[in-house]
Design a protein around this ligand. Structure first.
Ligand SMILES: CC(C)(COP(=O)(O)OP(=O)(O)OC[C@H]1O[C@@H](n2cnc3c(N)ncnc32)[C@H](O)[C@@H]1OP(=O)(O)O)[C@@H](O)C(=O)NCCC(=O)NCCS
Length: 173
């Protein structure tokens, strides 16, 4: 009996054709963006910078994702997941290294806060290894114990579980 082929996610950075000075548009994700998002997130996840996402997770959540597009190519993303009646989470924030440091992370995250407000959700949190980036966007650190819903929903199936090194930050919208 033949065994299933072992599938490894990509760990190399996608080579961009977009010019680094190209104008960048932030828009809602489409399903056609998912393979590139998977490459970017897998690259950072392999370095331990963020949690990995599977292709099916990205397709399932495509309606929660914003992407940054330059010269027709996806160069960054961020998503908002609703956690509870009064709480949502900013997840999967990533910007291709060629496009970092020019305000794209901020442009991807800030509309998610407006979206939370429009949904009637007063508070947004994130779990991250980049707390300084989120502090610049007005988030403040908060012990993880304040997010029991997150712990029930996701942490129980996360490979980090009890050895989670991510820092929780919170912001009113
Ligand atoms: C973290 C990340 C999304 C930032 O993206 P970016 O486009 O470079 O960020 P921006 O240019 O929008 O920065 C916004 C502000 O945060 C600051 N900032 C960005 N990254 C920072 C960092 N690592 N440490 C401290 N400050 C940071 C910027 O200086 C800027 O400050 P300003 O508004 O005073 O000028 C990007 O570095 C990245 O993709 N990292 C790898 C994936 C990752 O770690 N994701 C974290 C979430 S899980």
């Amino acid at each position: 009996m033949s065994s299933m082929p072992f599938y490894s996610p990509p760990v190399s950075l996608p080579r961009l054709h977009a010019h680094p000075d190209a104008q960048v548009l932030v828009r809602r994700a489409r399903v056609g963006d998912v393979p590139r998002l998977y490459e970017i997130i897998s690259y950072y996840a392999a370095r331990g910078d963020m949690l990995p996402k599977t292709l099916d997770q990205l397709y399932n959540r495509v309606r929660s994702l914003n992407v940054a597009e330059a010269d027709g190519e996806v160069v960054g993303c961020a998503a908002l997941n609703i956690t509870w009646a009064d709480l949502a989470e900013v997840v999967s924030v990533a910007v291709h290294p060629d496009f970092q440091g020019r305000g794209l992370g901020k442009r991807l995250v800030l509309p998610l806060l407006d979206e939370a407000a429009e949904l009637g959700i007063p508070t947004v949190f994130t779990l991250t290894l980049q707390p300084a980036f989120f502090s610049r966007l007005g988030f403040r650190e908060m012990p993880k114990i304040h997010f029991p819903h997150k712990i029930w929903q996701d942490c129980k199936s996360c490979f980090k579980q009890d050895r989670c090194d991510e820092i929780a930050l919170i912001r009113e919208v």
